[in-house]
Design a protein around this ligand. Structure first.
Ligand code: CMP
Length: 138
């Protein structure tokens, strides 16, 4: 069990003005923000971030969506961070997300699902390093 996970507030939530609301839920759930930045991914960078999904039928759609507007990337710290954060964001498909989760409140579809959360400690480290150098993590 590691103490860090990685998240992105995706272009749909950013464009709909939900960044503050999502950060408040993250804060209230007891996560500490170790690093954070708002940026926009090029299609190339979005493709690289989601390379693990390259063979999936939705890959093109995912890359187009994730590069269409600004995102906020963050590294979060808490005990049992990966698992607890996945509980806080809820199911990938917001139709299946529990009450009280970020996706239940802010996501509109399985593709445009407001937030990303790492699915393992290993991926949390890789994804965090994709956006932040060691000097940018506090
Ligand atoms: P995320 O947790 O960021 O990881 C992979 C993303 O692919 C996922 O959230 C969704 O946004 C997207 N995704 C997963 N399944 C589908 C699908 N069936 N159609 C479109 N996008 C999907």
């Amino acid at each position: 069990m590691s103490n860090r996970t990685f998240t992105m507030i995706k272009p749909d939530a950013t464009q709909n003005g939900h960044t503050g609301g999502i950060l408040a839920m993250i804060n209230e759930a007891g996560f500490r923000i170790v690093a954070m930045k708002t940026t926009q991914l090029s299609a190339e960078k979005a493709g690289e971030f989601y390379a693990v999904h390259k063979e999936r039928p939705f890959y093109g759609e995912l890359v187009a969506f994730m590069s269409r507007g600004p995102i906020t990337a963050a590294i979060l710290e808490k005990s049992n961070a990966v698992e607890d954060f996945r509980k806080l964001i809820g199911a990938t498909n917001p139709a299946q997300a529990d009450e009280g989760t970020i996706r239940k409140k802010y996501a509109t579809s399985i593709g445009e699902n407001a937030v990303h959360g790492s699915d393992s400690d290993e991926n949390a480290a890789v994804e965090g390093a994709f956006f932040f150098s060691k000097l940018e993590q506090f």
